[in-house]
Design a binder for this molecule. Sequence first.
Ligand code: SIN
Length: 523
Amino acid sequence: MERYLAGFDTTQIEGIKAQTVIVGSGIAGLSTALQLINLGIKPVIITRTPYTVSNSFLAQGGIAAPIGKDDTTALHLQDTLKAGRGLCIQKNAQILVEEGLERVIDLIRYGVDFDKDKDGLIRLTKEGGHSKRRVLHIKDETGKAIATALYNLIKDKVDILEGYNLEEILTEEGQYKGILISAKEKKYIIWSKSLVIATGGYSPIYLRNTSAYTVSGDTIGVSFRAGCILSDLEFTQFHPTALNIPNQPAYLITEALRGEGAILIDQNGNRFIDEMKPRDEVARAIFHKEMEGKKVFLDLTPLKERGISLQERFPTVYNLLKKFNLLDKNKIPVSPAVHYTVGGIQADVNGTTSVNGVFAVGEVASTGVHGANRLASNSLLECITFGSKTAYSVYKHNLYTKVEEVKIKNRGIGTKLLKTEEKSRYFYQIKKLMWEKVGLERTEEGLSQALSTVEGLQKELLQYTNSRELIDTLYLAKGIILSAKNRKESRGTHYRKDFPQEKDYYKKHTKVYNDFKIKLEVN
Ligand code: SIN
């Protein structure tokens, strides 16, 4: 496999040195940074956009933790495992719910002001798959409030480089050495002891997605080229209720609305599913209605009947409805969109990946805690819990590692330059292909067609020197397609129309190794 795409020679590029670099400024990156600062390490944060543009900043529903009087970590674990359809790594999920509870308490100590009732007790909401009300929230702006609190705690204690893309992870004999980053046409190198990748998932590889516009998933391709094993890429979670207005983005309509009573109806006003079932089931039920040619709506009448003010409790949704003149209709047109990706860079709960010195945390990491289907609101919990743990393993790694500049020579692929419009056209083609052939329901035929298109595009794009992001996106696409092809069963978020049952044989994790070797492994 070719290792370097962009034409460069590290001796020609300005380099700086740092202890640890974090790529990404969502809640996973910010949590890692905060704990590193507590441990006496000042990280450098590289980010494409300000922290206000990230998936976690957009998170509406909340953060799950068993703080309710009638709740326990055992019940939270049980719900997490049930949603994961037999594929959660149980010991990791246990750490998530147990240590996660402590980290949520830390957030409260840091001043994150979760919504409370009139007696000052934290108000909990419910989401699909939870047996208890255990989702803490700040209206429908939970991600924004947590990210802002963390950012304010770290902003004066780190160096934040905004507007940079990760281009290459530089390694020598399998050891991490540094990264190549770019801003506009300029390239820089940062040599450091360790790297933390916290760049979010790969939902935007799909046409309809609820992600922040800057997240693209290409850093997973970069990491793969550097030797990171990828895992469970076939598990892409569709959120049942994203806004469905032609030619408009698929804005998230939070599941917490259903938790507070909103119901799903078809265009004839008929209810067709228990709204509190796990997301994959609700998303597919909506998809089937759409296949019958029916539109689906989220009916907010029960909220009104319960005296819940949309403007007060759900300001994000309120403003969205206002923008699209839907406020007086009381029914929101909805359809599924990819919202969360379970797979990613294989990592343990301490962020350790298969490349020494490279750590991954948050949605970009695949730790096995979510199994085949993530329980709602477990993702922010993962970011804060494993972010903190990752900081400790980075600290340990740094103790016995030196910052070293090494000479790395590019092979130099391609000579032509792609124009911006051509790049956009290619991206659109990939997203449409993934949506149509690797979507909510998959078949061998569709996956094979997707694979051959992706392989064709890979060859085509190698002739351009500036197609790195596209090529890395195609690496990721190929990994997803091969993983989905290999799993000839249906489980959680991965539904094969030609293999609709779960099979014991596949109670294993999919691993994508160097050169796209696919293996099924128990852990
Ligand atoms: C939502 O607000 O519906 C999303 C919550 C989540 O994805 O965990």
